[in-house]
Design a binder for this molecule. Structure first.
Ligand code: ACO
Length: 331
């Protein structure tokens, strides 16, 4: 049986560290408020002039190095982001050009914090049907250019950071390793619980001077609704994935959860009855990097030497849309 295995993985965060104290100089907030509500201590911000695809390119170089592959070995690119370089064309096309290759197919996935899981599922399907062999899956975000650092936007601005992660998926005939199972969900009735209407095509023009003066250029979030649904949906999808794949909680070496909020992840771990140390975190250092969050954490875990061949991992995500999902991966 053909399965999709991670042949290479890499990640990158920009060097500029922004602490909670740094944000307190811009808005009425505090290290204590941010840490107690989210677990986040600092995040990375890209400098002006740096694109989302620039961060991605660094992560891709590391993933290619890990796989001992060249860009020309790739057959397809999938790019998950909510902060693309431009509204169109997609980031996968920009990245392809920066990698110095052409011709192979490029796909952008706009599924926010669940974008990497959706992308992984698409790549896995392409590989298992034999359509493509080596697929680059990237999650990358530059949030720091699109947040309101005044008191008005403080509920959102303190949570997010910039970063990128990338994996190369390839087929393996030895069917016991790789992506074993994926489950994806969405509920569009909550689309406006976390959204940004800067590009509103019903306005004519879509972004006139009045719109720019208003708050449409900033993301808006109903934090309590997001929090409540994240906990409920992550528990549901966790239990469903295990049941449908016949895996027991004790079989899982690590849960690689989306890095939005420590309190969300602790509540999920508690309700599922999984020891909290099995839930890995790096949001303390990077905040919520949306589509980059899962590959960034997976790469750090791998490079820290914590993963051995055959380890069973559960990837979990929830985000704007609402979208959510789970993927079981045997390393
Ligand atoms: N610093 C200080 N005070 C703040 C800040 C801030 N950065 N942001 C908001 N506040 C204030 C509010 O104005 C409000 O003040 P008021 O009571 O005077 O009106 C008060 O803090 C709200 O406090 P709480 O009710 O205690 O806030 P809550 O516990 O709901 O925490 C938070 C807010 C952290 C946003 C929480 O709702 C949350 O984490 N929600 C999930 C959001 C999330 O994770 N989004 C990520 C994207 S989706 C995903 O990835 C899962």
């Amino acid at each position: 049986m053909v399965r999709s295995v991670v042949r290479g993985i890499g990640s990158y965060v920009p060097p500029k560290v922004v602490s909670n104290e740094d944000l307190s100089a811009l808005m009425s907030t505090s290290d204590e408020w941010i840490r107690s509500r989210s677990g986040i201590r600092e995040r990375r911000f890209a400098e002006e002039g740096v694109y989302c695809t620039d961060l991605a390119l660094e992560a891709v170089r590391r993933a290619l190095g890990d796989a001992d592959m060249e860009p020309s070995d790739l057959d397809f690119i999938i790019f998950a982001t909510l902060s693309p370089d431009h509204h169109f064309p997609g980031n996968a096309c920009y990245l392809q050009a920066k990698m110095g290759i052409s011709d192979i197919g490029c796909l952008d996935v706009r599924n926010q914090c669940t974008g990497f899981l959706y992308s992984l599922a698409v790549a896995d399907s392409f590989i298992r049907t034999g359509m493509y062999r080596n697929i680059l899956v990237v999650g990358s975000e530059v949030h720091s250019s699109a947040m309101d650092f005044s008191d008005r936007g403080r509920d959102v601005a303190v949570l997010f950071g910039d970063g990128a992660g990338a994996v190369i998926l390839s087929p393996s005939e030895n069917g016991d390793r790789g992506v074993l199972y994926t489950e994806l969900h969405a509920d569009g009735q909550y689309a406006r619980a976390l959204y940004m209407d800067v590009w509103d095509i019903s306005r004519k023009p879509f972004l006139g001077p009045e719109a720019v003066q208003s708050d449409v250029i900033w993301p808006k979030m109903d934090g309590k609704t997001v929090f409540k649904h994240a906990v409920i949906r992550l528990i549901q999808v966790f239990q469903s994935a295990l049941k449908k794949s016949g895996v027991r909680p004790e079989d899982i070496k690590y849960v690689i959860p989306h890095q939005a909020n420590m309190r969300i992840n602790h509540l999920v771990a508690e309700k599922i009855g999984i020891p909290p140390e099995k839930f890995l975190h790096n949001m303390q250092k990077y905040g919520n990097t949306t589509a980059a969050s899962l590959p960034l954490l997976l790469d750090e875990t791998y490079r820290a030497g914590k993963l051995e061949k055959g380890d069973l991992l559960l990837l979990l995500a929830f985000g704007s849309g609402f979208t959510w999902g789970a993927s079981l991966l045997r390393w």
